[in-house]
Design a protein around this ligand. Structure first.
Ligand code: GRF
Length: 238
């Protein structure tokens, strides 16, 4: 379908969010198609998994370029070659230059494993545990020059359990990320979420009812915490 938005994904690692987007885009009525996956390092295991799923892949190693600007220019050339109309960052561990960000302004989104603006940067799950928050989650946002900032498209919240380790919490958040990113990309691809004057404006109203809330713990949840139905508790904003 030619009306689908042509989306390229940039990765640096495992690529599980990339896989979630590829899987979502395989649906007939999904408003985006994945036209390519680009990695900046040979360590990006996700590139092989994209290839196995029949997606065009490109490796643009940053070490082959003298500086960030030259590397971003090479990435930009590949995006042109792929005919990309939108970019999804999915675990892309490299700061982008202002020129690149400007060129893709309003057309580039990122997923971050926290409820921004809390916990930008790395090690979000151990920091969330250290801070003692009872609700944690993930955010999809438009990319601006500042890392892990930019107008928010959608968020998913998960509870923090008393027994959580960073790994256990991270696994719960990652599961929510996969669903959230596919939903958020669909919203942007359909034009339901777009940037205006530095804020996200939404064309369609969210189905997050006014009375809905995520409680930690849920008001009627059975104790002990392990018995919580996490699937039911994970709530999504789109
Ligand atoms: C995810 O947690 C994402 O939110 C963050 O980096 C991680 C990438 O994981 N930006 P994967 O490569 O998508 O599995």
């Amino acid at each position: 379908m030619s009306s689908r938005k042509r989306v390229a994904i940039l990765i640096s690692g495992r690529g599980s969010n990339m896989e979630a987007l590829i899987a979502a885009a395989a649906g007939d009525d999904y408003p985006a198609e994945i036209v390519g996956v680009i990695a900046n390092t040979p360590k990006a295991r996700g590139l092989e998994s994209a290839r196995m799923r029949g997606i065009p892949t490109r490796m643009v190693p940053q070490r082959d370029y003298p500086d960030r600007a030259a590397h971003d220019e090479a990435i930009g050339a590949v995006l042109d070659e792929l005919g990309a109309e939108m970019v999804c960052l999915a675990g892309y561990m490299r700061l982008l230059t202002p020129g690149f960000v400007e060129r893709w302004a309003g057309r580039m989104i990122n997923i971050h494993p926290s409820l921004l603006p809390a916990f930008p940067g790395l090690d979000t799950h151990s920091r969330a545990l250290a801070a003692g928050v009872r609700v944690h989650g993930a955010t999809v946002h438009f990319v601006t020059e500042t890392m892990d900032e930019g107008p928010i498209v959608a968020q998913a919240a998960v509870p923090v359990l008393a027994t959580d380790t960073a790994d256990a919490l991270g696994a719960r958040v990652l599961k929510a990320e996969h669903r959230l990113y596919a939903q958020a990309l669909a919203m942007v691809a359909r034009g339901e979420a777009r940037v205006e004057a530095g804020r996200t404006v939404f064309a369609a109203t969210s189905d997050w009812g006014a009375e809905d809330a995520l409680y930690s713990p849920a008001p009627h949840a059975p104790a002990p915490a392990e018995a919580l139905d996490l699937e039911r508790l994970a709530r999504f904003t789109p």
